[in-house]
Design a protein around this ligand. Structure first.
Ligand SMILES: [Zn+2]
Ligand SMILES: [Zn+2]
Length: 287
């Protein structure tokens, strides 16, 4: 049976995200029905290893993260993401959804900002390659509203041509080797139906991914693009479910699952409570 893991820690619901309220306050209660499904499991995030942190970030940056009041959940946020990839690679789970207390994609080698502390996804890639082989190929699809500058910097410093980084943000750009892309999505806000335009760009990104022959797929899932939130593109709440369905179908077809959803930006508690359980349910359902 295909299994879905949820990585969660109670501190993610206690400590506020950004400075705007506490978006995860209704969890884990909002997962009760979902956890009745026979193939959905909840695991508690453990801290990331110190050794691994030092392979990705500088000593100075790690020290500053530990002192920063917004980064009190940094170690367990990254730890859950790293462990999820490991367990999927071992075949224990088909896919996973990772809650976080602070984000990752604005964390570079020696800096962090924008509610991000340690770069969860890059730490996870470095760890997985060490444990399961350095030829492993990854896709990162970043649908947070903002450019994933930290992730892009780290992948570039690592000269990582085996990771396809597809970032939906505010610029149009492609690397010479065709493994790093930015798609400008800001215009969807002003043109016709934002959902429809945004989904077309997601399809374009997935089409590029279909030729990459990946082993493992990260969806860096922000809902700050929702209408009225701080990165608004005028998107409806339903469009996130459609993106989830398309990515689930895509990874079932191209990598036998091996899909990890990592929570990113988005500040609205009501939306988080409505949306996240539905996204996890899409991961858990057999096609
Ligand atoms: Zn964002
Ligand atoms: Zn970008």
């Amino acid at each position: 049976m295909k299994k879905t893991a949820i990585f969660y820690h109670p501190s993610f619901s206690r400590r506020s995200y950004l400075t705007i309220g506490n978006r995860l306050a209704d969890f884990p209660a909002a997962l009760v029905d979902l956890l009745k499904l026979p193939n959905v499991y909840m695991l508690e995030c453990k801290p990331v290893s110190e050794d691994l942190l030092r392979k990705v970030h500088t000593e100075n940056m790690i020290k500053e993260v530990r002192l920063h009041p917004f980064c009190s959940t940094a170690d367990i946020s990254a730890g859950g993401v790293v462990e999820a990839t490991e367990l999927i690679m071992k075949g224990e789970y088909t896919n996973a959804f990772c809650f976080i207390g602070c984000g990752g994609h604005h964390a570079g080698r020696n800096y962090f900002w924008g509610a991000c502390c340690f770069n969860d996804v890059v730490l996870s890639i470095v760890n997985a390659r060490e444990k399961f082989g350095d030829k492993l190929r990854f896709v990162i699809l970043d649908t947070d509203a903002h450019h994933g500058d930290g992730t892009r910097e780290l992948l570039t410093l690592m000269n990582d041509k085996r990771t396809l980084h597809l970032c939906l943000c505010d610029r149009e750009w492609k690397s010479d080797d065709g493994t790093k892309y930015d798609f400008d999505v800001t215009w969807v806000y002003y043109n016709g139906d934002p959902d429809e335009q945004y989904l077309k760009i997601v399809d374009k990104a997935l089409d590029i991914a279909s030729r990459f022959k990946h082993d493992f797929f990260f969806w860096y899932f922000g809902f700050d693009t929702y209408k009225g939130d701080y990165g608004s593109l005028g998107l409806s709440r339903e469009v996130f479910l459609e993106i989830a369905r398309r990515i689930k179908r895509f990874t079932d077809d191209y990598s036998e699952g091996n899909l990890q959803v990592v929570l990113a930006g988005g500040s609205l508690r009501e939306l988080a409570t409505w949306l996240i359980p539905k996204v996890i349910k899409i991961l858990a359902l057999e096609e």
